[in-house]
Write a new protein. Structure first.
Length: 463
């Protein structure tokens, strides 16, 4: 069993901290939220991901660590994969939207990764997607949004074997079957994210890396829809040059020519020098972002992560994420310090390729703070800058949040008709991005409450 992964709903998780941080500066009276009928739910089109833009040397280094390490830090002795056609079935209390989401995902895996994978109406299948109530899932794995386990075919089988070698990825010599466990009572976006992230691990690499910025195999969970890097990783995993039982040395030897064949624009695929992440930094990050511990203890852990990253001389996403975590926690009681840390994270991310979604998350938080201070122009500039990245990453929760913030900025500028149109648009995306319609409406009310009661501005500037 891998360490359960939490899908990236950072907009949903972080914005409440921004909201709470701004309570002290709120005006005593707020505008009443307009009564808006909920529009139909919006969804994203199925599009192919662009190929990775990094060098094959960088990709090779990452693939070796993804394939032969686990999230627990343990090594994997050999490569394992499915042989022959791969089948997928769904069981349990299957949500209505799950069929379409799985069909879209399997279609992309066939077209972009070249996999022989298809859905079957019922088992036995190579991969089973088992939907069950969240409370049942959490009864055994409390902090998991969803997870995948090898060699089991459903919940009862998992319960019977979860402490045995049978459910341990390290015991495999070939992949025959696996089950992905997904909550049946979750929102469409989280369901989609679970399918993408856990299907990728069921099929391919089992590890996640904090330094990745262009993959769902990222420990910071900014990306949740399979990317060009992910499709390439799966192509390599199932390339004819690779096979079950390969050692790390054998895989590394074959990798350069496989990458040159599959990704010729990436150049020579000789792996860059290994750059492992020390457990001390991982522990600090996980403590800072975890659900337990006092705020002070979590802030100290985040500060320690920043210290470790700086001392190591990192210039990659690990440094940026350290500042991001510190800034996120500082929003609760140190606004100025939080802004400084978040801006540092933004600058660090902006220097790296493929980090538009990370930058967009930070711009969203800055827009929320600007709204609480009545800085309508800044709200409009920040949200306009972040919206394309949210759409490209197909993150409806972030997209809806940005549109809601932008609507309040428009309202403050006296552009009421545009504000109403944006609110309506945001609710269509919120119905996909958040767990329930009630959550969507609550989020809109929370964001509206950020804006100070004030006379509408007269500027007609249209950032």
């Amino acid at each position: 069993m891998t360490v359960p992964r939490l899908p990236g709903r950072l907009a949903a998780l972080i914005l409440p901290l921004v909201l709470a941080a701004c309570v002290a500066t709120e005006a005593p009276q707020r505008r009443q939220m307009p009564q808006i009928a909920l529009p139909p739910m919006k969804t994203f089109p199925v599009v192919a991901a662009p190929p990775p833009s990094r060098s094959n040397g960088s990709i090779a280094r990452d693939l070796i660590e993804l394939e032969f390490r686990m999230e627990t830090g343990r090594d994997l002795a050999i490569l394992t994969r499915f042989e022959g056609p791969i089948t997928v079935t769904m069981t349990g209390d299957v949500p209505e939207i799950a069929t379409a989401e799985l069909d879209h995902l399997l279609g992309r895996l066939r077209r972009e990764a070249g996999l022989d994978i298809s859905k079957v109406a019922e088992g036995p299948a190579s991969i089973t997607v088992d939907f069950l109530p969240r409370r049942k899932l959490h009864s055994l794995v409390p902090q998991a949004a969803c997870f995948v386990v090898p060699n089991v075919t459903g919940w009862d089988d998992y319960k019977a074997s979860r402490r045995s070698d049978r459910a341990d990825w390290r015991s495999l010599t070939v992949r025959d079957r696996a089950t992905i466990f997904v909550p049946s009572d979750t929102g469409p976006q989280e369901l989609r994210d679970c399918l993408h992230e856990e299907m990728a691990q069921a099929l391919g690499p089992l590890n996640d890396l904090y330094r990745l910025t262009d993959s769902v195999f990222d420990d910071d969970n900014f990306r949740n829809v399979l990317t060009g890097f992910d499709m390439l990783a799966l192509k390599v995993h199932y390339a004819p040059e690779m096979h079950n039982g390969m050692t790390e040395a054998e895989y590394a030897a074959a990798l350069p020519r496989v990458l040159q064949r599959l990704n010729p624009s990436g150049g020579k695929g000789h792996p860059l020098a290994a750059d492992p992440t020390p457990m001390e930094w991982k522990d600090a990050i996980e403590t800072s972002l975890g659900p337990s511990g006092s705020l002070a203890a979590r802030q100290r852990a985040a500060a320690r992560a920043v210290e470790i990253a700086r001392a190591a001389g990192w210039q990659d996403a690990r440094l940026a994420f350290s500042y991001f975590a510190f800034g996120r926690l500082s929003l609760a009681n140190e606004i100025e310090l939080a802004v400084m840390a978040l801006l540092e994270a933004r600058n660090d991310y902006a220097r790296l390729p493929g980090t538009d979604i990370q930058v967009a998350h930070i711009d969203m938080q800055m827009a929320a703070l600007a709204l609480s201070l009545g800085q309508a122009d800044d709200v409009l500039v920040l949200t306009k800058r972040a919206l394309p990245a949210a759409r490209k990453a197909q993150n409806a929760a972030l997209l809806a949040t940005l549109l809601m913030l932008r609507a309040e900025g428009m309202e403050m500028k006296g552009r009421k008709a545009e504000a109403e149109a944006l609110r309506l648009d945001s609710l269509g995306w919120a119905r996909y991005g958040f767990g329930t319609d009630e959550e969507a409406v609550l989020r809109m009310g929370e964001i509206a409450a950020l804006a100070p009661a004030m006379q509408a501005g007269t500027s007609d500037a249209k950032p």
